[in-house]
Design a protein around this ligand. Structure first.
Ligand code: MG
Length: 250
């Protein structure tokens, strides 16, 4: 039988092993040829437990709302207590005084511990990047609504891969990585916006493409806007709280 010749220990077997080893020998050359030394990444001191890294712009650390305004430019009339800011119904959305393009954003939020309302009326707010692209804030703990409008949805465009919600009254976090859309000088879109969202440490959107600003009614479509725009947080009439908001410009 021919298989007998390849039995372990036979001369033919060991010849085969040697041939294989020769074929898999590491390629010749200098490993330094493929080393890249420039640029050297800048050293950043990372934060612990959601704290901002050393190169972050801290937008809200619990002490004041100096970096925020209402639509008319006036000082923020939401309530500030215990290191958190809470929506005061009817006072309107808040906006950063500064504008941003491509960003990494960290924000922590909490819907009311006492459940009131249902569906979209329960703990609704929103993180509206560039005043156009909303990541929904909602109490989605055992609170069914349309999937592309639940917590961590990119409102009416992308359903989160999973529902990583914590119960009402508990702090939750979003880490959002946003690439702003690009427009040509004549206003035509050259690159759509992209977003990655991590909800309470769980990836829920992986570099998804946006079809335009998030809309309540109708299909989204882009209109040219400057590369850098303010960040906005929504007053949707529910007393949602926020804390530890920081951003890194990419
Ligand atoms: Mg909302």
């Amino acid at each position: 039988m021919t298989t007998l010749a390849y039995r372990t220990g036979s001369a033919a077997f060991w010849l085969g092993v040697a041939a294989l080893a020769f074929a898999q020998e590491a390629p010749r050359g200098d490993p330094a040829d493929t080393e890249i030394w420039e640029p050297e990444p800048v050293a950043v001191t990372p934060g612990t437990g959601g704290a901002p890294p050393s190169d972050a712009i801290v937008l809200f650390d619990g002490s004041d709302l100096d970096q925020w305004r209402h639509r008319d430019g006036g000082d923020v009339q939401w309530s500030l207590a215990d290191g958190a800011v809470t929506v005061v119904r009817g006072m309107g959305d808040i906006f950063t005084r500064e504008s941003f393009g491509d960003i990494q954003l960290h924000v922590e939020w909490r819907t009311p511990a006492v459940i009131e309302g249902e569906g979209q009326g329960r703990g609704n707010s929103g993180i509206i990047i560039q005043q156009r692209y909303e990541v929904q804030v909602l109490d989605s703990w055992e609170n069914r609504t349309y999937s592309n409008g639940q917590a961590a949805s990119i409102y009416k465009q992308h359903i989160p891969q999973v529902n990583a919600s914590r119960p009402p009254g508990e702090w939750q976090s979003y880490d959002i990585f946003f690439t702003a859309p690009r427009f040509a000088e004549d206003g035509t879109l050259t690159a759509p916006a992209h977003m990655t969202v991590v909800h309470n440490g769980v990836l829920v959107h992986n570099d998804v493409e946006l079809a335009g600003p998030t809309r309540f009614i109708g299909e989204p479509s882009y209109e040219a806007h400057p590369l850098e725009q303010p960040l906005q947080i929504q007053d949707h009439a529910n007393p949602v709280s926020f804390r530890n908001i920081w951003i890194r410009e990419l």
